[in-house]
Write a protein that binds this ligand. Structure first.
Ligand code: CTP
Ligand code: MG
Length: 231
């Protein structure tokens, strides 16, 4: 990592975890003695790359201030928003006085605690000289079908299909601009799609398959297994 520009992390952690059907938002469920969010932030801190980590937290969240990590000098708190993209935008606003337009920002889901320092370094190393930026992604092993009304109407060409993971890495100014331009657009479910709408083509960097997003109940033991495997 040769250049001296600041690199920032943004962590949207203001979701309710509806699909998880737990008694609290999934980022506060426990995995091997720590909450999912603590695992995620610890992994980002351990990478020793980020000037600060801006975390979006719901204003109704009673759990965050109880965690020691919320007081870490490299961790900032921003108010969460209605959609994930609103939370990301808010976390970007929180560093507006410190971040420069051309600084890189890595946006990483709170719900992906198995992120490795190796993947973070791979992403940054692959993109730091890029004009646009890009994302960690996975190719698909399964054959993928186009389905209408419960019937297959076609098979997708797998070569062109990738699954978008996080972190997603873009320039501070450009990312803010793209999120502003696409505000309220339900098609914008990640940062890359906001950039795509402006006509940019973010780069794909192949990530590790254990960087799963905890989404449904069965994902929690799987994440625990991966965390143990990675030790
Ligand atoms: N997120 C956020 N603000 C929102 C919605 C989501 O910061 N308004 C965050 C979540 O906390 C999570 C990440 O975005 O870390 C990815 O979103 P997702 O997996 O969809 O989490 P939830 O929205 O909480 O889950 P669900 O969609 O099942 O309700
Ligand atoms: Mg969601």
């Amino acid at each position: 990592m040769t250049n001296t520009r600041s690199i920032w992390a943004v962590v949207p952690a203001a979701g309710v975890g509806k699909r998880m059907q737990a008694e609290r938002p999934k980022q506060y469920l426990e995995l091997a003695g720590k909450t999912v969010l603590e695992h995620t932030l610890t992994r980002l801190l351990q990478a020793e790359i980020f000037t600060a980590i801006s975390v979006a937290i719901s204003i109704e969240d009673p759990y965050w201030s109880e965690l020691t990590i919320s007081k870490n000098e490299h961790v900032l708190t921003a108010p969460g928003g209605k959609e994930r993209s609103d939370s990301v935008f808010s976390a970007l606003q929180a560093i507006s006085g410190r971040a420069s337009e051309k600084d890189w920002v890595l946006v990483h889901d709170a719900a992906r605690p198995c992120i490795t320092a190796a993947d973070i370094r791979l992403l940054i190393g692959s993109l730091q000289d890029d004009e646009i930026g890009g994302i960690l992604a996975l190719s698909s092993h399964d054959t993928l079908k186009n389905v209408e009304g419960g019937r297959i109407v076609g098979t997708l060409d797998r070569v062109h299909i990738w699954r978008a993971l996080t972190p997603q890495m873009f320039r501070y100014g450009q990312l803010k601009q793209a999120l502003e331009a696409s505000a309220g657009n339900p098609a914008v479910t990640d940062e890359a799609s906001a950039l795509e709408l402006l006509g940019f083509q973010p780069k794909i960097v192949e990530g590790r398959p254990d960087n799963i997003k905890i989404t449904r109940p069965e994902d929690l033991p799987l994440a625990q297994f991966y965390l143990e495997q990675q030790q």
